[in-house]
Structures are given as structure tokens and as C-alpha cells.
Write a protein that binds this ligand. Sequence first.
Ligand SMILES: [Zn+2]
Length: 489
Amino acid sequence: MSAPWQKDGYEAVIGLEIHVQLSTLSKMFCSCPNRFGDAPNTNTCMVCLAYPGALPVANAEAVRQATRVGLALGCTIPDASEFSRKQYFYPDSPKAYQISQYDQPMCGEGVFVVPGADGFSVRLTRAHLEEDAAKMIHAGGDAGRISGSAGSVVDFNRGGTPLLEIVTEPDLRSPEDARRFLTLLRATVIAIGASDCDMEKGSLRADGNVSIRPIGSTEYGTKTELKNMNSFRFLERGIEAELERQVRIVTGGGVVEQETLHFDPASGALSSLRSKEQAHDYRYFPEPDLLPVRQDRSQLERLADGLPELPAARFERLVDAGLTEPTALALAIDTELAAYLGELADRTGDLRSSANWVMGELSAHLNAAGISAAASPVTPERLAGLVALVAAGTINQTAAKEVFGVLVDDAAAVAATVVDERNLAAMADGDALLAIIDAVLAANPAEVEAFRGGRQQVIGFLVGQCMKQSGGRADAKALQGLLRDRLAS
Ligand SMILES: [Zn+2]
């Protein structure tokens, strides 16, 4: 766990509600395409527009994916679950109720572990399957918000798409841990292919339940709900701002009201959307048009066995193999990058130096080019050739970076050929290096005297000068050794 958030004698209590849009081909209760970016109101039918008498049919693939997410997150999967109607009246819901789940969700309690030296675990309350609401577009207003807009229109393409709502217990104690938890949870859902979890497109949306209490207390204070924080940074900042606001209210003698808040990342301000509804306000009752979903135990076992390596397990494996925690985490949450590393390490036989390349030059290149590891022009095979040249001492790191640049620019280039053509082979030959060293020492008598007088750090300057004279080709290790010998004599 990171350091708990505390201020003026109060500590943070945070839970999250995460909505994940499942990547199924069709919607939750009809056969309309589940697709982002089409012309408004083209992916609609009698069911998702709620024509009278139209009947829903549950999407088996959505049930399967929801179950896989539950298994991957460590939830129990009950034998049966049931759909319920959640009544609310708003233009984004043409039926005036949402088909959701209430007392019999698809996935039950679980514990999700964020691994690492400062790892922690978060209890999951449940994960239930429901249909998404349509998208409201508030035209002519300020940044698409309803306040001040000239009018609102509704796009029903999103209405009825399958949504899994994952609810945590209030186990998080800092905005930073909330971000870390969500980062790993998102990576887990992506790793199993259940959703792309693109926060910008809204296929992953997180709400925060935030409260404070006196440090050491075991009671919970009144919580507020922060809606739809659409990036990790906004999630962290929004929760932080709300904690600050609550401490200001309580230390000023006031009382925190239960309400739903909107965080404006531009101004950092929190505004009230509405007072929070209680569950009974929604008048849940069992959906009479859908049968309960029954889970088959042997099918559940097959689904569990079929899950790929999950990010938390990958993190543990990479740390055990000798990588640092930050490196292991970066690889654990990026399945493509981890697959790239796996292939590279298989070829080089050296996980650590392979990881250095993947996290260093390769990642810098991928980020600059805006491409993923799978699309990299420098394939694991080509990079392995370069890593082998460094390992064999044929070239030094400086030359290796130059070769990497050539591999990026020229898809046909082969590392060993580039080294020959550009005469980049390391100068490890003693006589050649000694000639350079002697010339450098002769040109820098003051530094030589300073070193011999005990200023050890001068050696860095002298190494740099020799490296420059060698055109960057000197073998750094051999150079250091020879230089020290020379200075000692
Ligand atoms: Zn439809």
C-alpha cells in the first residue's frame, strides 16, 4: 500500500464502481451491432428503442465474457443469477427502466490483489451485467455539459450495449492506490480480451465513492459519489479534490451531504449533479421477460483454464526472474510489450538485457511513433541480432543505439551488416586504446595531477575524452581498465 492519504486528523476511505463495456459483436438484449463511431441512431431496433411488446434475449457471449472477467478478478461465480429492472426516468433510457442485476449478480465477492513490495488487496463486492444507457449529447453548451446547453439530443447506438459494473468495498486509502488498483484491473480485463477499456471512448468508466473519517476510526463517514472520471490522472485528482473538500467541510464544523458530484478537470472544481439515490428509489424487481442465467460448473472450469497469463501473475514472474518492480509492472500491464519481450528473451537467452532494450530504446521509439509493440518495424528477431552483438562485446552501447536507429529507419537492415558498413565495431584492441589514452593524458596534465592527488571523479572526464577521440567506438570497460592502469603507473 502507498502512504495513506491523511489530513488534519482525517483519513481517506475510497471505493470504486467501474463500468466496463464488453467487446461483444452485438448488444446485450438484441442483435444490433455493438460498435463505436457509427452514424447516430443507426444501430437500433425495436428492442433497444423499447417498442411496446418487444422482448429482450440475453447475449450468451456477454454472459461468457462477464463470467471470464469475474474469474480473472478473483470473484466467486454463483450457480444462478437473475436480471432485474431498475426504474428510472430519463431520456437516455427509452423503457424508463434499465435491465440490470440486483440481488443475484453474475459475479459475487472476491479479492483482487495488487502485487509488489507495497502491494495491497481490495475486496470486490460484486460484478453485475447490465445494459448501457443511450448517449446524451448536450449541444451548444460549455464543453458538452447540460448546464447552459441550447438543447440535447440522444444517440441510441450505445443504448443496450453490454456493460459489466464492478463494485469494490471501500478498501482503498489513497487516490494513488485507487489509480494503481484501476490500472491493474483495466490491464486484466484487456489481457483476457473482454474489453478494450478505452477510457477516452468511454468503454471503461470509473466512479469513486469517497468519504473521510478520523484517523484510526473503523466507522465509515458519509460518502459522495464522483462520476465518470475518464482518465487515470483525473481519477486521482478528482478524488484528491473531493477529500480536500470534505476535510474543509468537517473541520469547519459542517456535515458532508450524500450527493453525486462532477469533477471538472480543467478548473479542478467539483459541482453537485444531484442528491444520491438510495437503492429503494429504483424499485428493483425481477425482470419477467428474461430467465435466470444458470452456470455450469464444468463450463466454469473450462473458462478458468482458458484464461491467459494475467498481469498480476506476469508481474510476479518477471520480478522472480530478476527485473525491477517498476519494469515488471510496466510489462505486466502491457500484454503486447510483454509478448515482445518474451520472444526477444527467448532468442537472446538474457531476460534482463532484453528488458532494458524493450523498456529503453524500443519503448521510446514506439511512443514517439505512436505504435504498439506488435506493429514495431524492429521485430524481436532483428533486435535479438543487435542485443547479441552487444553481449559479445562486438559493439558498445553508444554504437548499439546508432544501429538501432538504422534498424528503425530501414526495415531491411541487419544489425551485423550495419556494424560492418559503418565501422562501428568496438575498439577493444589494447594498443589502439593506449595510444588514445596517452594522447588524452598528455593533453590534460591538470586533470591527471588532480586524479593522482585523490580526486577520483576526474576519471569520468578522462574516459569521456578518450571515448570522444575513439569516435565513440572504444569498449568502455576495456578503456576504464587501461586508463586506471596508466594513471596508477
Ligand atoms: Zn437493438
